[in-house]
Design a protein around this ligand. Structure first.
Ligand SMILES: Nc1ncnc2c1ncn2[C@@H]1O[C@H](COP(=O)(O)OP(=O)(O)OP(=O)(O)O)[C@@H](O)[C@H]1O
Ligand SMILES: [Mg+2]
Length: 255
């Protein structure tokens, strides 16, 4: 489904990703952990074909995005729901227009149908339909993130979801709602997902598959138990502040 093979990438000669390889199987959720600047968002941009690696292969749904034509890339992107870092909604558009953005922009669907889709999605997000005509700045941070996920799933029933720090800056209850939504999308719609996060404790609620990146390299790729056993010096150091709270949590298995 998603496979990166020996991907290298640099901004202005400065290496950002170094020999990055990993796979996300169909229906699997992979959590990417790493400190600020380690290259996490860049990995998502590479998967979307927004930036091109200097070497390596990136296979998404059988298409090599590093060599694909723009037309094929566009078709592929429709199958990928992206929730950008910060959740960025369009401030001057209502919730309904935000959720229906891709339908308004790229399809000929009549407004009444788009509004119906927006209603269904609000229900799926467990948000009130009364929010349809509300502007984003009237919503709480947690609601805005859920609407951003709604916008990502509205377009074409995506088979891949990419989330860039979907819970950063949210309170524990809003965070839990987002993690539940991510798990629900995986379980009910069978999407493959990548979730970039700084919040290790939430990561364990989301999945059992982890990737840790450090200075553009993959320093860990494995399951929760292997992560907690941390054999790599950097991974242990990274985890240490969190270990006590994480070890108290029941681990997800078999995902
Ligand atoms: N447009 C750009 N031009 C130049 N350098 C960039 C650009 N975007 C990112 N970088 C650099 O690439 C590196 C990786 O950035 P990236 O955004 O992938 O990190 P990240 O792991 O997502 O960080 P964060 O957790 O802060 O979001 C950083 O050193 C960053 O400064
Ligand atoms: Mg980032």
């Amino acid at each position: 489904m998603i496979r990166l093979e020996h991907v290298n990438f640099a901004y202005h000669e400065e290496p950002v990703l170094r020999d990055v390889s990993f796979t996300v199987a169909p229906g699997e959720t992979k959590v990417i952990l790493g400190t600020s600047g380690s290259g996490k968002s860049t990995i998502l941009k590479i998967i979307l074909g927004l930036v091109t690696p200097s070497s390596g292969r990136v296979m998404i749904n059988g298409l090599d995005v590093t060599t694909a034509r723009e037309k094929d890339l566009r078709a592929l992107r429709k199958k990928i729901g992206m929730v950008f870092q910060g959740g960025a909604l369009f401030d001057s558009m209502t919730v309904a227009e935000n959720i229906g953005y891709y339908l308004l922009e790229y399809t000929d669907q009549p407004l009444s149908e788009i509004e119906q889709t927006a209603r269904e999605i609000l229900r799926y997000l467990e948000l009130s339909e009364d929010l349809l005509d509300v502007l984003p700045d009237e919503l709480s941070g947690g609601m805005q993130r859920r609407v951003a996920i709604g916008r990502a799933i509205a377009a074409e029933n995506p088979s891949i979801m990419l989330y860039d720090e979907p819970t950063t800056g949210l309170d524990p209850i809003s965070t839990q709602k987002i993690t539940e939504l991510i798990v629900k999308l995986q379980q009910e719609k069978g999407v493959s997902s990548i979730v970039v996060t700084h919040q290790i404790t939430d990561a364990f609620d989301i999945s059992d598959r982890f990737l840790v990146v450090h200075e553009g390299r993959v320093v860990f790729d494995g399951n929760a138990q292997e992560l907690l056993d941390c054999r790599d010096g950097y991974v242990c150091e990274f985890l240490r502040p969190y270990l006590d709270s994480v070890k108290a949590l029941p681990l997800k298995t078999g995902q």
